[in-house]
Design a protein. Structure first.
Ligand SMILES: Nc1ncnc2c1ncn2[C@@H]1O[C@H](COP(=O)(O)OP(=O)(O)OP(=O)(O)O)[C@@H](O)[C@H]1O
Ligand SMILES: Nc1ncnc2c1ncn2[C@@H]1O[C@H](COP(=O)(O)OP(=O)(O)OP(=O)(O)O)[C@@H](O)[C@H]1O
Ligand SMILES: [Mg+2]
Ligand SMILES: [Mg+2]
Lengths: 326, 494, 342, 342
């Protein structure tokens, strides 16, 4: 929430770690192209901002973002234009990995290393390195938190409700799968799920009706903290507090709710947009032919999966600086 | 050749045809007469396959037929000129003429063949100057009527139905139309002719069928021998004399309208005249002589230079202002320019004077309804139910509603463009009386009509126009029909 | 020969049988009018489906209140859209204007002045942007579709810029605004009353004032309206301003409901609002239509969504069923519209 | 009054300057026609902006090819939409039909039969769904807006069901389909040729055949068309089927370009296509319009996007600018449309 009085170092990428190995020392000048979906909501906006901020830290990086769009056809064109411009490395967060696979292959064929951010290309030939969150793991983390809390409370046969993000995204399906699998280990299952659009308003609408459909709920997992604002508003409006709620992604706003501890939101599982900053750093290293200095290998690894962490009242202080503003 | 028996057509709430008989012979001009709303257009639409009759039989050349679509009727050899112009504005003249039966091979249009054929038909109609490739939307109303006729002629029809073809035509054009009708009948084509101008019937018609309230009241009367008064009383059920109300006894008052040097490039130039309170001033002229344009310019609806004064004050060029100051216009094309087809008669009547029924924008609907009811009665609009949608009224009754609009509120000046177009004889006399009554109450009236007798009979003073200039002004009493016709055709000013 | 001297004017006539059209004008009987019958039948069927499938959840007060609260935001916009469409236009920018108004009203700078100023701000922004639409269309003579599409795009862009694409929370000092959604009178949240008020005022404006009558005229036949002395341009402009105003009101409601202002609010509202208006029997060509029809159309949409969520159906099935229901509802409605036959 | 002398021509000559109707019919001069002048000016301005801001990138072959490839998918749809809109209708379902066709053609079951069957499948699905639109509108007499909105919703739902909301990759055996986008002849990908072919065929159909000319009649004055013996309903139905067919073709193109079928393809294409058609000078009320105008309108949109990509503007600014550019383009165009004055 942009309205909060200036939060220290809130959404900007964390400062680079001390340059022990000199990896942050200026090297050959590289142009890094960047393409992502339209920044029409908090998480993706944070992705774009983190990428840009990371690029700005380096004098040897020229950052070249292209028009973000939600139309696959246009994103293909955008990447094509970056290939034509002969950038040194490409960071791509595709609207859909499968649909952009072809053009990523083209880039690789043109000798441009592709750093695949988050939504993965099906074809390993299409990218040099993948870095992204663990959607399945996120569902698992949420499932475990809820499973454990309910077990501890001794609830039998609980009503567990899930509010998903955009249903047609593979990541949504992965998250749901992880959630379901984790709950299974406690012998629980999801009673109802509905998808929203990652926006405050749709979260609000879906939650309002779901609360009508289930007069008593024990736990609710909401995939995305952006739409979570709307979900919380609907819960408050309905005057319901008999259940616990878990968020997703880890926005600063959600963390503050958890910290305050006054609402039903008890935890959120991270899916940090800081990965965009890391992707830019990796792109720079790859383009300059460097490795990651903490590792023995001379080259950047082929894939890096971020762990999804569970933020609760106990550890929220540690995470708050990393929370993005939704 | 054509025999229709016991045709019944029911619309929701209206029995438009209630057992009509018609009997047309090859090579004759059969006239269909009847008051507004008598069912003439409905009858010919049944014939043209637009409406399906609920009861009754149609026999053509001895065979039972039942045209179930316009296409059917065309195939049977019926061609129709409809009362309302039904052309496609976005297409060219030639495309309109051959719409539905294009010159085409395998679906590909042969444009040049179509243009050639169109030119031929147009020349036959005496209008070789209309270019086949012109977009119809750009043609003036009269030329559109010609295109409609050309379309009917372009079919090799054995029966041609004409629903008030002369309504949009001026005098000279009507002669031309008659020439063509005679050519057709000489070839054995039958013509069904509908008109409210009884003198036309006498000139071109062979036999007459009269409709009243959806029923046939007379079949196959000889057109030339039957007395006009007889026909009229058949139509109306009473005796109507085709006369104009007496002119005002008291002399006209102050000048309500003064026009000086009004010019609109391409339409008219340097027109000056005045209209006084209680006076009816008529504009006579050919179609295309710029009469409608003068009315529009005075009304502020068309850009023009020059000076227009209403009641001694120069008016700004704005319809809104002019209406507020007391002008009213009954435009030429009522469907396109005057009517809210989806609305009730009431809503159409009160459209021009809404503020007078409102306080701070709040409508007093009881008063509105009462006023509308009063006018519907006064003008004998049928059916006399002010809440009926106006689109189901016959043309003449719609015209009355348009006039009624300006009978509300305090008008100083009324501009009437062809106020009796498509209005039947009985209603005409009523309209004349209404117009005269308005003038007697101190309103100035500027009247355009293509019927010279109407201008001469109704107006106090007449301006004769030719090609956008006033060539003569005189009191109506000083002129006669022949002189006016000579002037508007040859430009010989007296 | 008849001399119909025009009789002396107008003693309001009470006599005779009530003219048939009079029924149309009575707010209550309007509901039962033939042309809304199909909608009512469709609504009834949906309610029956609700009662049968979820007897314990559907007919509860809280669920009904929830449906009305959900319908409120877009319902307010639908009232404005009805005016614009009856007036022969179309407004694609409604959702974007609502977003812009919500963002503007929740900027820190605005929030400093408290909830009252925030509301005024939202209303002004909505009306102002609507006025721009109106100016472009009435005086710039742009096609409404294009002008409002451009406004849609630009307003969303501006809202994103202004909010820096963040969701702007209503500050703790301004929760009076949020109370609109949480405070209940007789068990019904204030925002439902606001919705009802807008509908009633809209109904009155459309059916009882010269403004409404002119709207029908301007939409039905602009040339005839012009020649009858109506300032068609000015009226057109006002219609879009009115639509903008309803977007401003809707922005207040959505802020109350979600406790935020955001550039993502109201996404695709334009389609929903226009669809509700048209299902309600208003012609896209203008000149015809009713507010009650639009609201019934909207309630059908809202009810469909509610039923699906109550029954736990997934969105894909929801979409398919929604398409079918729209078709059936309109076919039902058409059955009762003999007048409009070929 | 009874002398039947043939009067001098009373109908004014429209002569003088070349008759407008004639010019329309020549494919080349049509481009230069006055009514497209505004569009050409706008396009020219955009090109100049491109040359000035990105001299090294803009005027390259690869960029031009990229613009055309981007325009191809929606361009094909725009051709169909032009027919529907000239015919007095509107088709909101185009994007959804494209998605449905792409999903259907890429199901594993279909893919077994190879690329040729996949193409046939996409075309049939598009045409079939279009036919359903046409039947609902022409014979069920639903308002086009509603019927195609229902189809939009239902087709998206069906596509989601069919694909289980997953993106369906084209299997390695069927890459012949993908070659449409990767194979180049004279440096231009095949799909651009397909686009061009559809435009040319559409132009011929609209301007040179009875079907096309009757489309103007059906849209401009359906009653007159009916009276002239045209089967208006059948024609209307065919128009929607044609629009569906173009969606099927577009589905083939998008499959080639993305190597996938997906229920998310073509989101909001309906708005873009309609906007392009209207900017191109076709009236939403029907009866008037040109294919060339629509394509110019579309190219303007595509060029705007391309320029933004090249210049790396952010979305918000881009949206604001896009809104302004639309308004300016249309104002420019209106300047050249004196005929349509008040
Ligand atoms: N589509 C329709 N729906 C309902 N009523 C109709 C319809 N068409 C005509 N009518 C009614 O049928 C009656 C006959 O109308 P019609 O148009 O045939 O009269 P007409 O004799 O041609 O009159 P006019 O001389 O004024 O043209 C009128 O009362 C009219 O209101
Ligand atoms: N749509 C139009 N396009 C171009 N010129 C027109 C158009 N309408 C009228 N004109 C021109 O304006 C002049 C007057 O035309 P119009 O037919 O309206 O005169 P009129 O005297 O009012 O005839 P009528 O009594 O039939 O209305 C003519 O010279 C005609 O060329
Ligand atoms: Mg008639
Ligand atoms: Mg005239």
């Amino acid at each position: 929430t942009s309205n909060e009085p200036a939060e220290p170092a809130s959404s900007a990428a964390p400062a680079p770690a001390p340059a022990a190995s000199g990896n942050d020392e200026p090297g050959t000048k590289v142009v890094i192209g960047f393409s992502a979906p339209a920044a029409d909501h908090g998480w993706i906006a944070a992705i774009a901002k983190n990428a840009e901020a990371a690029a700005k830290q380096y004098t040897d990086v020229e950052f070249k973002p292209v028009e973000p769009t939600n139309d696959i056809n246009q994103q293909i064109s955008a990447v094509e234009s970056l290939i034509a411009a002969k950038v040194n490395a490409l960071v791509i967060l595709p609207n859909d990995g499968q649909q952009l696979n072809q053009v990523a292959l083209q880039a690789t064929a043109a000798g441009i290393p592709v750093i695949n951010l988050d939504r993965v290309f099906p074809d390993k030939l299409a990218y040099r390195t993948w870095i992204g969150g663990d959607n399945y793991g996120m569902g698992v983390a949420a499932g475990h938190f809820i499973g454990k809390s309910l077990k501890d409370k001794g609830v039998a046969d609980p009503v567990i409700v899930e509010i998903q993000g955009i249903a047609t995204l593979p990541l949504t399906q992965d998250r749901s799968k992880g959630f379901e699998d984790a709950l299974k280990t406690y012998g629980f299952k999801v009673a109802a799920k509905q998808d929203a659009q990652f926006t405050v308003e749709t979260g609000n609408e879906v939650a309002a009706s779901l609360l009508q459909a289930h007069k008593k709920i024990d736990a609710l997992w909401n995939h995305d903290d952006d739409q979570g604002i709307g979900v919380l508003a609907a819960i408050k409006e309905a005057g319901r507090d008999e259940f616990i709620m878990v968020g997703g992604a880890g926005s600063a706003n959600a963390m503050k709710e958890i910290q305050a501890g006054t609402s039903v939101l008890k935890a959120t599982v991270t899916y940090s947009p800081t990965m965009a900053a890391s992707a830019i750093k990796l792109a720079r290293l790859i383009a300059q032919g460097k490795g990651m200095s903490d590792l023995l290998e001379n080259q950047v690894p082929q894939s890096i999966t971020l762990a999804s962490e569970t933020i609760t009242k106990e550890n929220v202080d540690k995470y708050l600086p990393l929370g993005f503003e939704s | 050749m054509l025999v229709m028996r016991g045709i019944v057509k029911q619309f929701p709430g209206v029995r438009a045809l209630d057992g009509v008989d018609l009997d047309v012979r090859a090579g004759e001009v059969h006239c269909l007469l009847g008051q507004n709303g008598a069912g003439k257009s409905t009858l010919i639409k049944v014939l043209a396959g637009v409406h399906q009759p609920d009861e009754g039989t149609i026999e053509f050349n001895g065979e039972q037929v039942r045209p179930s679509s316009p296409n059917d009727a065309i195939r049977l050899g019926f061609a129709t000129i409809y009362q309302e112009l039904d052309l496609v504005d976005g297409l060219s003249v030639a495309e309109n003429i051959f719409l539905g039966h294009e010159h085409a091979k395998l679906g590909f249009v042969n444009m040049s063949a179509a243009n050639r054929a169109a030119r031929q038909v147009l020349e036959r109609l005496g209008h070789g100057e209309i270019r086949p490739s012109t977009e119809v939307g750009r043609l003036p109303a009269a030329a559109k009527q010609v295109v409609s006729m050309a379309r009917a002629l372009s079919h090799d029809a054995r029966l041609i139905i004409m629903d008030e073809p002369s309504a949009a035509l001026a005098h000279d054009e009507v002669d031309n139309l008659f020439r063509i009708i005679r050519e057709l009948t000489a070839q054995g084509v039958a013509v069904v002719y509908i008109s409210h101008r009884l003198e036309e019937i006498r000139e071109i018609g062979d036999r007459v069928t009269v409709l009243k309230d959806g029923r046939t009241v007379a079949v196959g009367l000889p057109a030339r021998e039957t007395a006009t008064s007889h026909v009229v009383s058949l139509m109306t059920g009473r005796n109507v004399e085709y006369v104009f109300p007496p002119r005002a006894a008291n002399p006209p008052g102050e000048e309500v309208l003064k026009v000086e040097g009004l010019t609109s490039p391409g339409a008219f130039a340097d027109v000056s005249f005045s209209v006084r309170a209680g006076e009816i001033v008529g504009l006579a002229g050919l179609v295309g002589s710029g009469r409608s344009e003068i009315l529009e310019a005075v009304y502020g609806a068309r850009p023009a230079s020059g000076r227009v004064e209403l009641a001694g004050k120069q008016v700004r060029h704005s319809v809104v202002g002019n209406v507020r100051r007391g002008m009213g216009l009954a435009p030429e094309e009522r469907k396109a320019q005057a009517l809210l087809l989806d609305q009730s008669i009431t809503a159409n009547i009160t459209l021009g004077s809404l503020p007078s029924f409102a306080k701070l924008g709040w409508m007093n609907r009881a008063r509105e309804r009462a006023e509308a009811h009063r006018l519907v009665k006064a003008l004998d609009i049928r059916p006399p139910d002010p809440e009926r949608p106006i689109k189901n009224l016959s043309g003449g009754n719609q015209q009355k509603a348009v006039l009624a609009r300006w009978l509300l509120g305090s008008r100083k000046l009324l501009l009437l463009d062809e106020p009796t177009r498509g209005v039947d004889v009985g209603a005409r006399a009523e309209l004349y009386a209404v117009i005269r009554d308005l003038a007697d109450r101190g309103i100035g009236v500027l009247l355009v009509s293509s019927e010279v007798p109407e201008v001469l009979g109704l107006a106090d003073r007449v301006l004769v126009l030719r090609e956008g200039t006033v060539i003569h002004q005189a009191d109506a009493g000083e002129l006669d029909e022949h002189r006016v016709l000579d002037m508007i055709m040859d430009g010989r000013a007296a | 020969m008849s001399e119909p001297k025009i009789p002396p004017a107008a003693v309001p006539e009470t006599g005779g049988s009530a003219p048939p059209g009079a029924a149309t004008r009575n707010p209550l009987s309007a509901l039962g009018e033939a042309r809304h019958l199909g909608l009512l039948v469709a609504l009834g069927l949906l309610i029956i489906v609700g009662l049968v499938t979820r007897p314990e959840n559907f007919a509860t007060t809280s669920n009904l209140v929830s449906i009305l609260s959900l319908a409120a935001t877009i319902g307010v916009i639908t009232v404005g859209a009805t005016f614009v469409i009856i007036g022969g236009g179309i407004d694609l920018s409604v959702g974007a204007l609502m977003a812009l108004a919500s963002v503007w009203a929740t900027t820190l700078a605005t929030q400093e002045y408290g909830p009252f100023v925030m509301v005024i701000c939202a209303l002004l922004v909505g009306t102002g942007a609507g006025l721009v639409n109106g100016l472009l269309i009435a005086y710039g003579r742009l096609v409404p579709f294009i002008a409002t599409l451009a406004m849609l795009v630009a307003a969303r862009g501006l809202a994103q810029r202004m909010s820096d694409r963040k969701t702007q929370l209503i500050q703790s000092g301004n929760t009076a605004l949020v109370d609109l959604s949480t405070t209940r009178v007789l068990g019904i949240p204030l925002l439902v009353y606001i919705f009802a008020l807008v509908v009633v005022l809209g109904w009155i404006l459309l059916n009882r004032t010269t403004f409404g009558r002119r709207t029908y005229a301007v939409g039905g036949n602009p040339e005839a309206a012009r020649l009858a002395g109506i300032d068609v341009r000015r009226h057109t402009m006002l219609l879009y301003a009115l639509s903008g105003l309803t977007c401003g009101i809707a922005a207040v409601l959505i802020m109350a409901r979600t406790t935020t202002g955001s550039s993502t609010h109201g996404d695709l509202y334009e389609l929903d609002a226009i669809a509700a208006v048209i299902i309600g029997g208003t012609l896209l060509t203008g000149g015809r239509g009713t507010i009650i029809g639009s609201i019934l159309g909207l309630l059908i949409f809202t009810l469909i969504t509610n039923l699906f969520i109550l029954n736990g159906l997934n969105t894909s099935d929801q979409l398919i069923a929604k398409g079918l229901i729209i078709v059936v509802a309109v076919l039902l409605q058409r059955r009762n519209l003999k007048e409009r036959a070929p």
